[in-house]
Design a protein around this ligand. Structure first.
Ligand code: FDA
Length: 302
């Protein structure tokens, strides 16, 4: 109840107050902020994936601007030898306005990343985006095989089926590369598992499928239960270290992150930055009021 209330009130709270909780999860507004956080994490033996904040644009001109920003980011991060890659949300390039325009922008970004031997992860957005995002991934995988990957959401009932279909794709010399997460958007029960344990169970089912089919997996979770479950699967199937990594969000469960790194596993942290942090933070809250409890903690228990 209190969570829902906070989620509704939050968009009307002053930016300064929102920043108090957001700053833990966001590197800052500028590319320099992103680079500085990436360097700190690299020094701790952790790789990064860099995300420019922004999503669901309403005018196609914004897509061109966003693409140019990503091209600059790739240029800069590659030149500075940051150990990391790039994550993007296709709705930031007009996915829901003109899919083909979006495809061309994302293609240019992946091409640029490939030219500096890097990698672009296509984030998975809400359920209306799943089909076009899988399609964009499949088209790009054919052309830039080892340089592009996709996110899969364990809460969607369709995920195992989608994995089965993508498993048929020609590998072009590189394994399919997925990040597996629970899923952040609020989706109806017809298409998504809603029970907490049920999402966990399907997460491990999807992960096992990925391992059995030689897919590279970014195991993205802060849930200790899933981390332990993933480690058990890694042992059971003797998964080599070059076929998986753990992934976490910047600012979330740093102790768990450290314990995974100390156990000798690869770790990558998702580092968002950019001027759109206010919209991002408040949207996330409206989508997932559970996050409000993290805000209460951040505001009052620091
Ligand atoms: P869960 O939500 O149960 O969290 C487990 C524990 O972690 C909590 O009990 C709490 O202690 C801590 N925790 C989790 N979130 C926290 C927070 N914000 N602040 C403080 N503590 C927190 N989703 C999606 O739909 N599309 C995508 O492309 C991505 N991409 C992505 C990348 C990466 C690297 C990660 C880690 C996650 C995503 N997600 C995502 C989000 C994902 O779907 C999911 O919503 C969150 O990771 C939370 O799920 P957990 O598995 O961490 O479990």
């Amino acid at each position: 109840m209190i969570n829902k209330l906070i989620a509704h009130v939050l968009p009307y709270m002053p930016e300064k107050l929102i920043w108090q909780f957001s700053k833990r999860y966001i590197a800052g507004e500028t590319m320099d902020d992103g680079i500085s956080v990436a360097r700190q994490l690299n020094a701790e033996g952790v790789m990064v994936t860099i995300d420019l904040l922004g999503e669901f644009i309403t005018k196609l001109e914004q897509a061109e601007e966003n693409k140019n920003q990503y091209l600059d980011i790739i240029e800069r991060f590659c030149a500075e030898n940051i150990k990391g890659n790039f994550s993007l949300k296709p709705s930031m390039f007009g996915l829901l306005l003109d899919t083909e325009v979006c495809y061309r922008h994302v293609r240019e970004i992946v091409q640029k990343a490939a030219a500096c031997n890097s990698f672009v992860r296509i984030d998975m957005e809400d359920s209306q985006c799943v089909d076009p995002e899988i399609d964009i991934f499949q088209r790009l995988k054919k052309e830039f095989s080892g340089h592009v990957g996709l996110v899969m959401q364990a809460y969607l009932r369709r995920t195992l089926n989608d994995l089965g279909q993508m498993a048929q794709m020609p590998s072009n010399g590189h394994p399919l590369n997925f990040r597996l997460c629970k899923g952040i958007y609020v989706e109806p029960a017809q298409i998504a598992y809603k029970e907490y344990q049920s999402v966990r169970d399907h997460y491990l089912e999807d992960l096992e499928y990925m391992f059995k089919h030689n897919m590279y997996v970014g195991i993205a979770t802060h849930d200790k239960y899933l981390v332990e479950g993933a480690m058990e699967l890694i042992d059971r199937y003797s998964i080599p270290k070059d076929m998986y990594e753990f992934q976490m969000l910047y600012g979330v469960t740093p102790e768990l992150r450290k314990s995974i790194v100390d156990r000798g596993h690869k770790m990558r942290v998702y580092v968002p930055f950019g001027k759109e942090w206010f919209g991002y933070s408040t949207r996330r809250l409206k989508e997932n009021p559970k996050m409000a409890s993290h805000i209460i903690k951040a505001l009052f228990f620091r």
